[in-house]
Design a protein around this ligand. Sequence first.
Ligand code: PLP
Length: 385
Amino acid sequence: MIPYARQWIDDDDIQAVTEILRSDFLTQGPAIPRFEAAVAAYTGAKFAIAMSNATSSLHVGIKALAVGAGDVVWTSPNSFVASANCARYAGAEVDFVDIDPKTYNISIEALERKLESADRAGRLPKVVVAVDFAGQPCDYNALSALRSRYGFRLISDASHAIGAQYSGRRIGSGGLADITIFSFHPVKIITTAEGGMLVTDDAEIATRAELLRSHGITRNSALMRNRSAEPWEYEMLTLGFNYRLTDIQAALGSAQIGRIDRMLGRRREIAARYDRELADLPLVLPFQDASCLSALHLYPVQVRDDAPLSRRELYDALRERKIVCNVHYMPIYLQPYYAERGFSRGYCPNAEAYYERALSLPMYANLTESDQERVLEALRELLDR
Ligand SMILES: *Cc1c(COP(=O)(O)O)cnc(C)c1O
């Protein structure tokens, strides 16, 4: 079976994990700050806080920006539900901005128009969660300009995009967003099984995020309200969570980020081959912004209306050939939970039109040339008239 995504674990990864299992700390040990430092160094962020997954990192990010009941958070409908749910955890309302039909990321024009009318209505968002869909960076210069004009904070949900570059800067590096979130789920660029990270250049956000990750507790006497007399004392300063990563996972993460450029290089080769060999088929291939470098988490195509098979028929026919594609994403607001909150079909027409035709082809760093050949042969056989 050829899946749409999968992890790449090698002997170094296994050895790194085994070493932790034989060491003194399984969690809250030295492997966590080592992994955080590696991600900070790689992305160019000042502060990096490892967490149990990207969903908890998004929740902490939203809380660190003091979002609460009465606030509104906007995001892209073309994302995993976690991009929106983080706001609901904090009691805030969620709204959605349509996507750009070319990049599949949040549409800057739609965002600008929506901000203008929200400003008139006195209902501006406190936070915008932008998503680097498929690993392709959003237009951060335009987002930053709108952030300054309308005073919202920007979270980059870069769950797909560690290693991606915008104008020569790695996603997560200072100033592109207030907070950037990475996911290390096995289908993503690098993995820790479950795992995520929040990176920021803002020391105050970093301090709050670190507290929220671990029960709101600190042992740092500089942060304590009552100067601690006893060496065992800690203080709980806020209502936090247990969103920690383990040392076992962090060691796996450090081993993985050590070869991230090799993994990204393989993704680029695979994408280039798809670009070349699918060009004549009735598919819309993913747009690549020449001024950016995508991390290529996904290779999403759209099945054109003049194709001999519908998207569903193509999905089924590939599945019969043991090639299991996926679809990213049904617009979040069409999920029953959000539909029950008042959203309905037609709300973001570009996201819906994209979803009707989208198919994510197999894309992962250890997809072999012969497996990719099988995918290409199947697509030619099914789509070439
Ligand atoms: C995978 C993903 C998440 C959630 O990541 P977890 O680490 O599984 O919690 C959030 N946002 C996007 C865009 C994702 O693709």
